[in-house]
Ligand binder design. Structure first.
Ligand code: THU
Length: 135
């Protein structure tokens, strides 16, 4: 999927909707992620925190889990990550590796701060030399 063919409006709207569902009482930092899957569907996730802080899950990880649960895990074609922040927030290192499991290096990732959109970066820009045992 090339960057030009991605319906960013739809993907960003879904990421913001997911962000609004975030459970982030400890950090106050709400994040939503939207994944555009190979079949043209959008799967979302939000961060879900826990009183035992390390048990919290990131939005991107939860979106990937929802995607697999829905049996839509062939390939991620585009990603939008929306945070309540004045700055663009890019997926954390762990989430970059999780996305890399289901996406190509050229998969575009867009950050959304409030309602401001970044220019997309490719996954390989975010995670060069990803760990892999295959290939
Ligand atoms: N968070 C995400 O959901 N995605 C990221 O890529 C980075 C951080 C969440 C985890 C935690 O609930 C909150 O943001 C503050 O770190």
């Amino acid at each position: 999927m090339t960057v030009e063919l991605v319906d960013w409006g739809r993907l960003v709207t879904k990421a913001i909707e997911a962000r609004n569902n975030a459970y982030a009482p400890y950090s106050g930092f709400s994040v939503g992620a939207a994944l555009w899957t190979q079949d043209g569907e959008v799967v979302t996730g939000c961060n879900v925190e826990n009183v035992s802080f390390p048990c919290g899950q990131c939005a991107e990880a939860n979106a990937a889990g929802a995607m697999v649960s829905a049996n839509r895990h062939s390939t991620i074609h585009a990603v939008a990550v929306a945070a309540v922040s004045r700055h663009f927030v890019w997926p954390c290192g762990r989430c970059r590796q999780i996305l890399a499991e289901f996406a190509d290096g050229d998969t575009p990732v867009m950050a959304v701060a409030g309602d401001q959109r970044s220019a997309p970066l490719s996954l390989v820009e975010l995670l060069p030399h990803a760990f892999a045992t295959l290939g």
